[in-house]
Write a protein that binds this ligand. Structure first.
Ligand code: ATP
Length: 598
């Protein structure tokens, strides 16, 4: 498919407010891609580009090109075409810097590098197809080392010079990381089902397949290569966990009491709920790990499927403790103080998040990994086995040591015993218990009642029993005391089942000065000119600065009240920031449906 035809789909998707309409449009696009049988390799590339990336979510290949550098490329492009037109050489230093200045001024006016690129490029019929644009983009992203910024700019100039305006709009947005068409993985999976069956009948099976192997491009290619319903079912049913590709992590439901839990789950294993970072550990087979791709043998993924191998150099020691070659483990990493041997709070553990600080943090805040599950061993997937079997395997393959600790658990059918266990964990400064059904498989996401946590006791973190994970939607410029920070309050929202973000609070107190500063910095990086399409906000609550959906904050509050103003229909009384949830993406925020259970 020509990239300009693809860009027309992107334009339609961008202009469509309805999720259903998006699904239908995406389905039509997938169908066209599937019809071009000889070109099936373009399916994966198209999927990644739709998400504004070049590789699946669990890999990272960044362009490392700032808006400024893209503007430079545009300046160079304009000069080259002017020179072509006049037959002269306009590459003098003077001309170039003037050109850059004028482009910067235009950019400041438009505020969107994509629209600027579109405006600058002549209308023409570009003949590049998706795959060649994709390959050129990969080349630009992969350029590294000395002189690479220049190579990247040159690569971009050459690509843009072959494109029409609309294609350039999306190519430049992808390069600066501002594609954001605003649909979720779920919409893509629905669209795949729709493209083949004309309905969502295969959506659940597609979702299950994705949860086992979270690579959308690969799944779309496999799915669309099947030519009839029977073949598609076979593809999906045979989808299996693969070491090196993350499994979508299992999450907890909430229940009120130990009685309720035992009534629902019967026999359980209760474990401590550690307050650290969820880490899925993949140990690749030794012989396969000849590091051709420069990757480490042991890889780590967050609950958002992000590759965080760089954060945990100590994980390369895991194979030393294994009686097997390859495996996938589920774990929680928690910082500890070597002097006191005490576990540290989440804020200390998360210092690893900053790339340049890893080495230092590994010294000052060493980690313990509490391993609580095993999802595959060598060629054998284990996620459909029950928890008892998985725990047995874990015991057998992992040798005891101080750093990677197999999580202990209590097996019980007695609510009293469970309650005491939960309270003991709270007393130890942990987050209570995670309670897991003994005869249940590993089930991704929050769909099952196989893992449950007990709602927090009243008063622990504000009077509301649980905290909310909210999406930061924008902020208001400060007044009075806060003027110096440039932020006086911020707007947060929760999700509908269709991932629309509806407001629930405007928060102007309950933050320290440092938290306000940090919030402003993070929000500025996400600033956009217009209200993102997935937001629903009353006019009276329009913030001074809109931010794209990305940043998630954990909010405690005293009460949930009904609200005629907030589009969620509810408001928070005395909201306050507990922490930034860098480990969550916005689609993991609290939903309005979940609020019913608060
Ligand atoms: P919270 O905000 O309370 O951390 P959450 O939304 O991040 O909740 P939940 O599904 O409520 O996630 O709880 C599961 C999380 O608890 C896991 O993602 C993991 O990070 C953490 N955890 C700590 N100890 C365990 C354990 N023993 N078993 C499973 N998960 C654990």
């Amino acid at each position: 498919m020509l990239f300009r035809d693809f860009a027309n789909y992107l334009l339609e998707l961008e202009n469509t407010p309805s999720r259903n309409q998006m699904t239908v449009l995406l389905a039509e696009l997938f169908r066209k891609l599937a019809d071009e049988r000889t070109e099936l390799s373009q399916v994966a590339s198209a999927c990644y580009l739709l998400e504004g990336r070049l590789v699946p979510q669990y890999q990272s290949l960044e362009f490392q090109l700032s808006v400024k550098m893209v503007l430079k490329a545009l300046a160079r492009l304009e000069l080259t075409s002017n020179a072509d037109q006049t037959g002269g050489n306009l590459f003098g230093e003077m001309d170039f810097s003037n050109q850059e200045k004028s482009i910067l001024a235009r950019y400041k006016k438009i505020g969107d590098v994509g629209l600027l690129a579109e405006e600058m490029l002549p209308q023409k019929d570009s003949n590049l197809d998706i795959l060649s644009v994709y390959q050129q983009l990969v080349k630009i992203a992969k350029a590294s080392g000395a002189g690479s910024q220049d190579q990247k700019v040159t690569g971009l100039v050459s690509l843009l010079s072959e494109l029409d305006g609309l294609s350039a709009r999306y190519v430049t947005r992808i390069v600066v990381g501002k594609m954001r068409l605003g649909f979720s993985t779920k919409t893509m999976l629905d669209a795949l089902s729709w493209s083949a069956e004309g309905d969502k009948s295969l959506s659940t099976d597609l979702e299950l397949a994705f949860q086992k192997k979270a690579d959308l491009g690969q799944l779309a290619t496999d799915f669309l290569s099947a030519t009839n319903n029977q073949q598609r079912q076979v593809v999906l049913q045979n989808y299996e966990v693969q070491i090196g590709i993350p499994v979508v992590p299992q999450l907890c439901q909430r229940l009120n009491s130990a009685e309720e839990i035992i009534a629902k789950m019967k026999r359980v294993f209760a474990e401590a709920k550690y307050d650290g970072l969820r880490v899925q550990i993949h140990v690749l087979p030794e012989q396969k790990n000849n590091s051709q791709d420069g990757q480490q043998r042991v890889r780590a993924y967050t609950r958002n499927l992000e590759d965080v191998t760089y954060m945990f150099p100590e994980l390369q020691l895991v194979p030393k403790f294994l009686n097997t070659d390859a495996a996938i483990f589920d774990s929680e990493a928690v910082g500890y103080d070597p002097a006191t041997k005490h576990l540290l709070p989440f804020q200390n553990t998360i210092t690893r998040k900053r790339k340049h600080a890893v080495e230092q943090a590994a010294k000052t805040v060493p980690l313990k990994f509490f391993i609580f599950d095993v999802l595959a061993v060598d060629d054998q997937p284990l996620i459909d086995e029950n928890l008892r079997k998985r725990k047995d395997v874990l015991e057998k393959i992992f040798n005891k040591n101080e750093q990677f600790i197999i999580t202990k658990y209590l097996e019980t059918t007695d609510p009293k015993e469970l309650q005491i266990f939960h309270e003991t964990q709270l007393g130890l400064g942990l987050e209570g218990a995670v309670i897991k059904q003994v005869d249940a498989p590993y089930q991704s996401g929050r769909r099952s009642w196989y893992w449950v946590k007990i709602k927090e006791k009243q008063g622990q973190r504000g009077k509301l029993q649980d905290t909310l994970d909210c999406v930061v939607m924008g902020y208001f410029v400060g007044r009075g005391k806060r003027t110096k920070f440039g932020i006086g309050a911020f707007l947060v929202g929760v999700l509908t089942d269709d991932n629309v973000v509806k407001t629930i609070a405007k928060i102007g107190t309950g933050l320290s000065d440092d938290q306000f500063k940090e919030l402003k910095k993070r929000a500025d990086a996400l600033m956009v000119a217009d209200k993102p399409r997935v937001y629903e906000v009353a006019k009276e609550l329009t913030p001074d600065v809109w931010t794209n959906p990305s940043l998630v904050v954990e909010i405690a509050a005293d009460e949930l009240t009904t609200s005629p103003l907030h589009t969620a229909g509810k408001a928070l009384r005395f909201p306050r920031l507990v922490k930034f949830r860098d480990d969550k993406n916005w689609q993991d925020a609290t939903t309005i449906a979940e609020l019913q259970k608060f």
